[in-house]
Design a protein around this ligand. Structure first.
Ligand SMILES: [Zn+2]
Ligand SMILES: [Zn+2]
Length: 328
């Protein structure tokens, strides 16, 4: 009898442990939905999407080689695009009279340094708009890399070398390695970068990620926007995304620009087969801000889809959002 009783006790004990583990895992997956979703993506993608079909380029873009396109945008700025890469990244080189600044470096499918060295021989500083893999893939090739002076980023530097976090880079989603890079400068958010005859104000715009920045060129009435805003799907559901912060950033940027301001984002190719420099304006920032505010509120639209929620912004953008309670 006692043998049977202890057998039942062991079975009950095992079942309790198993059910608790399953329940705990379910809670963890929901609580860490952005990380869980990103982790699942590696099975769907696992490698960068590359096209061999050359698209049609809109002026001022032209082919630099068989991969990169370059466009002289005037006002000392060059767009450097990667239209054959699935995410169609655009980096921007802004050239002053004394020095130049490269904003973003693409995913590193190809070395970007020959492109920028062909465009300027001035000393060059390199600043990523944020730390996702598709913007940081060539940072290790440059000596003068700057990051926004944010306390959280300092903790990731050891002996001057910055190590990207797994979910900060997300490179594993497309099979990219995390390459450490040397940080030469820390730039104070709100400060101005003087390139000689061209000044860029650095703004920290948390939302897409905590460390996201944009560069405001008041002389040219332009904003180099990184992933803060660009045509097509706006990602506000990846690890580190925060809807309330993103909405506040959109309102803050909207307040310092005017109807003529052009926003040049980091991803294009939303109007195939034509590729042009991704350009949006204040009205788009305002529309994104409204969608983000609604998405961040409890009474906002649920959107379609389970995770991420898909919320239409306007004809050129869709917001891919988390849920408000996921902010952490
Ligand atoms: Zn990003
Ligand atoms: Zn991006």
């Amino acid at each position: 009898m006692s043998g049977r009783r202890s057998f039942i006790r062991i079975i009950l004990y095992t079942l309790t442990v198993l059910i608790s583990l399953i329940a705990l895992s379910a809670i963890m997956v929901v609580w860490r939905a952005p990380e869980a979703e990103a982790w699942l993506w590696r099975f769907r993608e696992g490698h960068p999407t590359l096209s061999s079909v050359k698209p049609t380029l809109a002026a001022p873009l032209r082919w630099f080689d068989d991969y990169y396109v370059v466009g002289d945008m005037g006002e000392g700025a060059f767009a450097i695009g990667e239209p054959l890469y699935g995410q169609c990244n655009f980096s921007y080189l802004i050239v002053g009279s004394r020095r130049a600044l490269l904003f973003d470096t693409g995913p590193g499918v190809r070395d970007i340094s020959p492109v920028v060295h062909a465009l300027t021989s001035l000393p060059m500083e390199v600043l990523p708009s944020h730390l996702h893999f598709d913007h940081t893939g060539n940072l290790h090739r440059f000596d003068d890399v700057a990051l926004p002076d944010l306390p959280a980023l300092h903790t990731q530097v050891h002996d001057g070398v910055f190590s990207l976090g797994l979910y900060q880079s997300l490179g594993f989603v497309e099979g990219f390695e995390r390459r450490p890079f040397r940080v030469a400068h820390w730039l104070q958010p709100g400060s101005e970068i003087d390139l000689g005859g061209r000044r860029l104000q650095l703004l920290n715009v948390p939302g897409h990620t905590p460390e996201s920045v944009v560069l405001v060129d008041r002389g040219a009435n332009r904003v180099y926007a990184g992933d803060f805003i660009y045509p097509s799907d706006i990602y506000a559901f990846l690890p580190g995304a925060n809807l309330a912060d993103y909405a506040a950033s959109a309102r803050r940027v909207d307040a310092i620009v005017d109807e003529q301001t052009k926003f040049h984002g980091a991803h294009g190719c939303d109007r195939p087969p034509l590729v042009d420099v991704p350009t949006l304006s204040q009205v788009d920032v305002r529309a994104l801000g409204v969608a983000l505010t609604l998405a961040a509120g409890t009474s906002g639209p649920l959107g379609s889809g389970r995770f991420p929620r898909v919320i239409p912004v306007n004809q050129r953008m869709m917001l891919m959002a988390t849920y408000p309670w996921m902010a952490h």
